[in-house]
Design a protein around this ligand. Sequence first.
Ligand code: PLP
Length: 428
Amino acid sequence: MTLEATDLATAKAPDLRTEIPGPEARARIERDERVTSPSLPRAYPLVPQRGSGCVVEDVDGNLFLDVNAGIAVTSTGHAHPEVVAAIQQQANELLHYSASDFYLPIYTDLCEELARIAPMSPTRVFLTNSGTEAVEGALKLARHATGRQYVIAMLESFHGRSYGSVSLTSSKAKYRTGFGPLLPGVYHTPFGDFEHLEEVLFKRLVSPQEVAAIVVEPILGEGGYVLPPEGWFPYLRELCDRHGILLVADEVQSGMGRTGTWWAIEHFGAEPDILLSGKGIASGMPLGAFIARADLMRWEAGAHGSTYGGNPVACAAALATIRLIEDGLMGNAVAMGERFTAGMKKIAGRHAAIRDVRGLGLMLGVRFADHDQMAAVEQAAFRRGLLVLGCGDDVIRISPPLVITGDQVDTALEVFEDAVAEVTGSAS
Ligand code: PLP
């Protein structure tokens, strides 16, 4: 029996009707694996067909509880009716007109909204199709605005897969292996280290006067949901001010209300010069943005552009997303984040295998003893119908849609603890 979309959002999940993966999923996977690029890093054999709220139905009719949100993307839940309506209305009116070469009203509307919610002011905004393009654009702007060539990124960071962004990425060597030479002029420093930048990089390797930007995720995402130590961002801000370096906050994963504020950096007492957004910005439509202090965006016409960036349908989804986050979902992220964290800490108290529970709002990391144990818990959760995703070496990330309810949080915790108990052999 097929559920209506509205019923799907409130359906009991997990609710598994076949073995996992089921027959239709297995057939789909076989076809997929014959034709798709083997580089795609599939986490487990989920074959989603429909989604509503925090519930995902696979091709065999199994219902999964999704606390992964398609990798922290479906911020308003799967197929939120207001986002879908905005997309449909815009699709009926205008599917595409390049905002690079012409004046697209909805592109302006969204840039105004992003400038309004940015942590610094006044700003200008450039819209992209993805997070990695936002990183590329910010790199170009930083070099252009400062006339400097070097860039510093954090060890264990993730910024994307295109050449500039993968040159900053250092969460796993495999993202870089076989692709060199990467972008020259990039240095790395340990995230949260108060000495290495000045004592090693600036003293031995690069003069700060030649550094255009320090690019940093306020909370390491793919690197393991790692929070910065107290005072780290004010320190970076002061260092950048002292040397005329631009502070670039990559909020592709941590932004858009997930941590209870529009941007995670707002928790940490510093304003960036350039801020990057993506993932949750448009609830699943491909969109990214870089937002820069207005005085930095002085490049001439033609210096940067994009055929599709800021596509009108994606902009419509983003405007609806911003409205929904502001009208309650950001508050829900705080309340549900507290509930999730408190519950997860109790589970950690019962299972020595869990080494750490950390996070802010609905960006929660659960660290295990090692990679294999973490991966086994991820798989065991999937087999029970709970969608979570690993990150870093040994961390499971919890990044649900911001619409998650208290009952869904409690169910997710119960299923998660069962998965931990299965893997570690401890009682739940
Ligand atoms: N920056 C951060 C912090 C990310 O987490 C990601 C993706 O995971 C990216 C950039 C790249 O975004 P995209 O995959 O949309 O290119």
